[in-house]
Design a protein around this ligand. Structure first.
Ligand code: PEP
Ligand code: MG
Length: 897
């Protein structure tokens, strides 16, 4: 291979070669380090091994051969820039090796610091800094991290040895260990490595580097990373980049330290810098919450020059990224270094407030503000809060790390959290501090409470990312995992299983279960005015803009006047699905029973006549609540046996009565009907349009109730727009049969009442055959509404009642789909049917109105798909309406950008 070809770097890039838009290739951390380098900020030099190298490694199972050469070349440049060689015994260059995927996965993958130290270079480091203690402390940290990360030794072996050394010294603080103690600890750590990994710690610095890089690649498929990706819906195949960077040291005495900072408060969104700083510490100590930190403002008193420099950089970064940034920095003996920046994770509340304030600050425009928030975040703001009027007993106060009101039973570890939540209990995970292994427990808990660590601790960052309520650093609590209890400084003990309530918006911890109340955002949507509520103002401004830009209309699924009215207050532009079978439940069940057991047409007609006035009144009320807006009423759909008693129970009852010589004819007839209607696959049986065809008069009765209700509303001066929708149609012939009857009914009513009723007849598209013959069906239908619940069921052949609980977890594990297709539309399969049916339907009838009323109508990703396909509206539950309005706007903006 010629030298010129080798110069074309494939896998490794110097920081100076990248920029913030290269996240796919360099990962988020690498791309932003490159951006900061090019902005001239003080970034320790280094290089990034690309995600392509990781993907090649994961695919082949070995490190690509070209990589070693490229690392040598870039390491050479780094050594030149620093004027030191990696691991040089006289004056060593030390490097950090850090993961960095396209999407931030805090704490989920590996980091090894201080690569390049060995038995010889530790002396060189000591001589250079004139600080022997620091050199040996750095060496023991390398052994610890390398042992745990690269050689997969349980980190407890190292922390136990550290604790033993401190105990022998009679101290609780790492800083009290002197050179001799640390030298001895290094010896102990080496023995731990030999014992548990059956190999010596590699003294060759380059071997250390190569093994660390490989360990970072491997950590992409580590358990925590896989779990985190699944919870955050991060694709499996992206791989991680690896950043190799010259070390700077925050642990060189009190003029050094490490910190994490945000350009605005990530919890509340308030303006003004926010952060934690830890003197004489490396970055990992800050995020691990090992010692309680000082606030960024306190740094001003400790090192004003660095503080001023930092604020200047933070402001420049926020202007440059036009977004809230979070940063990691280190001060090495008074010199400030930037180790990381990225657009910071934030709570939903902060997201709305920051987006709104940034418009006011002139950093972004209104449309960008809409793109900066998500429907998922809005949904979280609609969660309840603790009722301020309720009685409560405050037992501790920590930091408001991730908002929400969580009530649950205290558990002290992940296994218990998972076990208890599996049996249906709501739990709150309480830890001293969390580490990445607690992820499983955090995922199943209602909230997380820690006694140590700041808002930037692992617990806080991860909880915020997952939308989990979190209070951290509640240092009045003495958490004792071994005895399964925590003590409260003011007195009192809380045991595992006791109920507590935590408020992630205020940081308060309460004894027992505090009642919760509606959120202000919900109350605002309900129409309440708030005089001085910055969050409500921010939500209102962004929603106003969203409604101005979205193309998709948003309707609601509602079956009663209360839901319809609420949906309207939440911004629904009509009803997309009124499931009439829900109106047959409750007290009316018996009337339906009469209909089913009726033995002849007169008996059937009598039963229908009894139902008619009830149905009519339902529709009058719903049409009134949605006056002026379309109301899509779906004729009865579910299998009739759902209205009947259980076959086995009824058989036993009848048999017992029989044995006692009693013959209750009603029960006997009912049992006959139950047996007659019993189906092996009710979802594929007598339901929807099939019922309308098989039970004469049923659909006519419903059509009559709808149209008479509309006539009443017209006479009362109302403006009704009913749309009659036929479910489970597979063929235009089915639709034509029922349509003919409905039109006859309509004619009669209009003649009799002397009014012209503005109504439409359309169909659901929820069977693959309907989608495939949509061009024909559109001849008879004025509108289509995609029933994506059934369409998903029928396309995949997945029983919608069973599969999610039975084998979907295995399917998710096997990567067959990243999320249940009942939750988020399978755009490739089910979506292809939606697209085809829309195109074919509109080819037949260009004005065909198209909507969706399956659960997917309220799912953000699915809404983006429906927007792209060109549907006219989505319909979802009333509570999701604001979410859908926002996502519809985001979809429009994303599509046009
Ligand atoms: C659907 O199938 O998507 C639908 C909306 O109807 P239902 O859920 O009532 O079957
Ligand atoms: Mg359906």
């Amino acid at each position: 291979m010629s030298a010129s070809i080798r110069l074309v770097t494939t896998y490794v890039y110097d920081f100076a070669e990248g920029n913030k838009d290269l996240k796919d290739l360099l990962g988020g951390k690498g791309a932003n380090l490159a951006e900061m380098t090019n902005l001239g900020l003080p970034v320790p030099p280094g290089f990034t091994i690309s995600t392509e190298a990781c993907k090649a490694y994961l695919a082949q199972g070995t490190v690509p051969t070209e990589l070693a050469e490229e690392v040598t070349e870039h390491l050479g440049r780094l050594e030149q820039a620093m004027g030191r060689r990696l691991g040089d015994p006289e004056d060593p260059l030390l490097v950090s090796v850090r993961s960095g995927a396209k999407f931030s996965m805090p704490g989920m993958m590996e980091t090894v610091l201080n690569i390049g130290l060995n038995d010889a270079s530790v002396a060189g480091l000591a001589a250079r800094g004139g600080n022997e203690r620091f050199a040996w402390d750095s060496y023991r940290r390398l052994l610890q991290m390398f042992g745990a990360t690269v050689l997969h030794i349980d980190s407890e072996h190292f922390s136990d040895a550290l604790d033993a050394a401190k105990q022998a010294k009679g101290t609780a603080a790492d800083l009290d260990l002197d050179v001799e103690d640390l030298r001895a600890l290094v010896g102990t750590y080496k023995k731990i490595i030999v014992h548990h990994a059956a190999r010596e710690f590699p003294q060759d610095p380059r071997e250390q580097l190569d093994l660390a890089v490989k360990a970072v690649f491997d950590s992409w498929n580590g358990e925590r990373a896989v779990l985190y990706r699944r919870s955050e819906r991060i694709p499996e195949d992206l791989g991680t980049a690896v950043n190799v960077q010259a070390m700077v040291f925050g642990n060189q005495g009190v003029s050094s330290g490490s910190g994490v900072a945000f350009t605005r408060d990530p919890a509340s969104g308030e303006s003004g810098v926010y952060g934690d700083y830890l003197q004489n510490a490396q970055g990992e100590d800050v995020v691990a919450g090992i010692r309680n930190t000082m606030s960024l403002q306190e740094l001003e008193g400790v090192d004003k020059t660095s503080y001023d420099g930092l604020l200047h950089i933070m402001s420049a970064l926020e202007d440059h990224y036009a977004d809230m940034c979070d940063i990691e920095f280190t001060i090495e003996r008074g010199k400030l270094w930037m180790l990381q920046t990225r657009v910071g994770k934030r709570t939903p509340e902060a997201a709305f407030r920051i987006a709104h304030h940034m418009v006011d600050d002139g950093l972004i425009d209104d449309n960008e503000a809409v793109l900066r928030v998500t429907g998922g975040q809005l949904a979280q703001l609609m969660f309840p809060r603790f009722d301020e009027a309720a009685e409560r007993r405050l037992i501790a106060r920590g930091m408001n790390a991730s908002p929400g009101a969580a009530v649950g039973k205290v558990v002290f570890d992940s296994d218990t959290a998972v076990e208890w939540s599996d049996r249906g209990e709501e739990v709150i995970l309480v830890r001293k501090e969390t580490n990445p292994d607690d992820l499983r427990g955090m995922m199943v808990s209602r909230g997380v409470l820690t006694s140590r660590g700041g808002k930037t601790s692992h617990a806080a960052v991860v909880a915020r990312g997952m939308g989990r309520t979190c209070v951290c650093g509640a240092d009045d609590l003495d958490v004792d995992v071994k005895t399964r209890q925590f003590r409260i400084r003011g007195g009192g003990v809380v045991h595992e299983g006791d109920l507590i309530s935590i408020d992630g918006s205020t940081g308060e911890v309460f004894d027992g279960a505090v009642p919760v109340a509606d959120s202000h955002v919900v109350r605002y949507f309900e129409g309440e005015a708030f005089a001085d509520d910055d969050l409500v103002d921010s939500v209102a401004a962004i929603m106003g803009r969203a409604d101005g830009v979205r193309r998709l209309q948003v309707r609601a699924n509602a079956d009663n006047p209360e839901d319809a009215a609420r949906a309207r207050r939440f911004g629904a532009q009509g009803i997309g699905l009124c499931r009439t079978e829900h109106m047959f439940l409750g007290d009316r069940r018996e009337l339906v029973e009469h209909l089913i057991v009726a033995e002849d047409e007169p008996a059937q007609a009598k039963a229908l006549d009894a139902l008619l006035p009830l149905q009519r009144q339902d529709f009058v009320e719903i049409l009134e609540a949605m006056d002026g807006l379309p109301v899509t009423i779906r004729l009865i759909d579910p299998p009739l046996h759902e209205f009947l008693p259980d076959m086995t129970e009824l058989s036993v009852k009848v048999a017992i009565e029989d044995a006692h010589g009693k013959h209750d004819m009603r029960q006997i007839r009912l049992l006959d009907a139950v047996k007659r209607l019993h189906e092996m696959n009710p979802m594929l049986g007598l339901r929807g349009v099939r019922l309308g065809i098989v039970i004469p008069g049923l659909f006519e009765m419903q059509a009559r109730a709808i149209l008479e209700a509309a006539a009443r509303r017209l006479r009362a001066g109302g403006d009704p727009h009913p749309e009659i929708m036929i479910p489970l149609v597979a063929s235009i012939r089915e639709l034509n049969v029922v349509k003919e009857h409905i039109i006859e009914v309509a004619k009669k009513i209009q003649e009799r009442e002397g009014v012209e009723i503005p109504f439409k007849i359309g169909t659901m598209i929820e069977l693959p055959r309907a989608a495939m013959t949509a061009g024909q069906i559109a001849e008879a239908a004025e509108f289509f509404s995609f029933g994506t619940n059934d369409l998903t069921q029928m396309t995949w052949g997945f029983s919608r009642d069973d599969v999610e609980a039975s084998f979907f977890s295995e399917y998710l594990d096997a990567g067959i789909f990243p999320v249940s297709p009942f939750e988020s539309l399978d755009t490739e399969g089910v979506g292809a049917l939606v697209r085809k049916a829309s195109e074919d339907g509109r080819a037949t009838r260009p004005e065909l109105h198209l909507g969706v009323c399956g659960e997917h109508g309220g799912d953000p990703d699915s809404i983006h798909f429906f927007n792209a396909v060109g549907l006219d509206y989505v319909s979802c539950s009333p509570f999701r309406v604001p979410v859908a309005r926002l996502e519809a706007a985001r979809a429009t903006l994303e599509q046009s950008s």
